[in-house]
Design a protein around this ligand. Structure first.
Ligand code: AMP
Length: 420
């Protein structure tokens, strides 16, 4: 292994592609910022117990995929595998729910870690932008979140995605269904791991991707048929609000997600150009999570969208984001005196808010102009001894090649005028 190799299942974001990742994060965050969500940032690691209780002991995330470790001080910590448990923990710790303004609406963006078998779209380090609305039970809130994720994807120009929607019931109706499902599953021939899952979290068996298992599941009781009146009415309202907003969705009675905390509304955004790792984002209601981690009852709903897979979705649809060039002006000094003088102009331009770069390292004219072109700048500022003697620098339009002298003491104004 070379020292210069990123760890297995990880990759680096490097210019120019990294600009796309930043733009995707910003595009997902924009509708949230515009809808009352405040920014929250939590540590990259938490006490392992938070995830064991919050995400669920029976999930793959906790049993197989968590980067858990003991610190030198003897604390049991884990790199965060997802965002919801941490955000809720932080909100409870800061008593945000007691400020008398529910729901508490928060958005976040960051790195997450799961020890998964790497493949395209599945990494050990990945990036999510997420949103949580804590402390309110209102179908409009569930609808709002789905609508905002839809808006984010649309703003990126994506169209080849679908929204899968289901209700997982609540603490009234889910146990009844769970028992019926367990009865059904116990009558099937299944491997030992799956049998164990029947006891801990039978709903997850429905989510098994293996075809042989799926075949046996034909005729399994469906949660849809067990929903209580309150859950049915709630779900119907979410569906109506989405329809009224013009957001298309597909009812997917088999949709359960890989985390234990979901109740009622559950959804996933899938992209049809991504192959097996087609889920670009997902979320739902988690009315019981706060109590599971030791807090008061706080019905909540949220989602997380994967930045890596969203970028893959853009590639799959052949979409190139329109990212403006980072540099507008590139300064090329010819000689020592010009270097000192032009560097001062560069600083002035930057202070005036003009994105400017400089030919460092004493490059010759030819190489420096190459760098200027490569930078994507529209203008170059070129100055040699003769220009300085006349109190001017040459302003060159890099597209047309046209060059005009401008007064050295009016560089900021002249450049601004030239940039329009
Ligand atoms: P989840 O918390 O598993 O529902 O994940 C939410 C979203 O995060 C998924 O839809 C993916 O876009 C993304 N995601 C989850 N796990 C990974 C991973 N191992 N690699 C890349 N993206 C992931």
């Amino acid at each position: 292994m070379s020292t210069f190799q990123a760890p297995k299942g990880t990759y680096d974001l490097i210019p120019p592609n990294s600009a796309t990742y930043l733009a995707v994060r910003e595009a997902i965050a924009a509708p949230l910022k515009n809808s009352g969500y405040g920014y929250i940032e939590t540590p990259g690691f938490e006490n392992v117990e938070l995830f064991a209780r919050g995400v669920g002991e029976s999930t793959d995330i906790v049993t197989k995929e968590m980067y858990a470790f003991e610190t030198k001080g003897g604390d049991r910590l884990a790199l965060r595998p997802e965002g919801t448990a941490s955000v809720l923990r932080a909100a409870l710790e800061a008593n945000l729910h007691k400020a008398g303004n529910l729901p508490v609406k928060l958005w976040y963006s960051g790195s997450y870690y799961r020890y998964e078998r790497p493949q395209k779209g599945r990494y050990r380090h990945f990036s999510q932008v997420g949103a949580e609305a804590i402390g309110a039970e209102d179908p409009a809130l569930d609808a709002e979140l789905i609508i905002l994720a839809h808006q984010a994807y649309r703003s990126l120009g994506l169209s080849d995605f679908r929204i899968l929607l289901n209700s997982l019931g609540d603490k009234e109706c889910r146990p009844v269904y769970r028992a019926a499902l367990q009865d059904f599953l116990r009558g099937l021939e299944l491997d030992e791991d799956t049998r164990r899952r029947i006891d801990i979290n039978p709903l997850r068996v429905l989510d098994d991707k293996r075809e042989a298992v799926q075949e046996r599941l034909i005729g399994a009781p469906m949660l849809r048929d067990y929903l209580c009146e309150a859950c049915k009415a709630y779900h119907e309202q979410v569906r109506e609000l989405l329809t009224a907003a013009g957001v298309a969705f597909e009812d997917d009675a088999k949709l359960v997600r890989g985390l234990d905390y979901y109740t009622r509304t559950t959804f996933e955004f899938v992209h049809d150009g991504l192959g097996s790792q087609s889920a670009v984002g997902g979320g739902g209601r988690y009315d019981g999570l706060s109590e599971m981690i030791g807090g008061p009852a706080l019905p909540s709903v949220g989602w997380a969208l994967g930045v890596d897979r969203t970028v893959l979705a853009l590639e799959a649809e052949g979409i190139t984001l329109d990212i403006p060039s980072a540099t507008a002006v590139y300064a090329v000094p010819l000689g020592e005196e010009a270097r000192r003088v032009l560097f001062r102009s560069v600083t002035e331009l930057r202070r005036a808010g003009v994105a400017t770069d400089f030919a460092y390292g004493g490059k010759g004219l030819k190489n420096a102009m190459k760098s200027a072109n490569r930078s994507g700048a529209r203008l170059a500022l070129v100055a040699g001894e003769r220009d300085l003697a006349e109190g001017v620098v040459q302003l060159k339009d890099l597209a047309s090649g046209e060059q005009t002298p401008i007064a050295l003491d009016a560089v900021v104004d002249e450049v601004r005028r030239a940039l329009g």
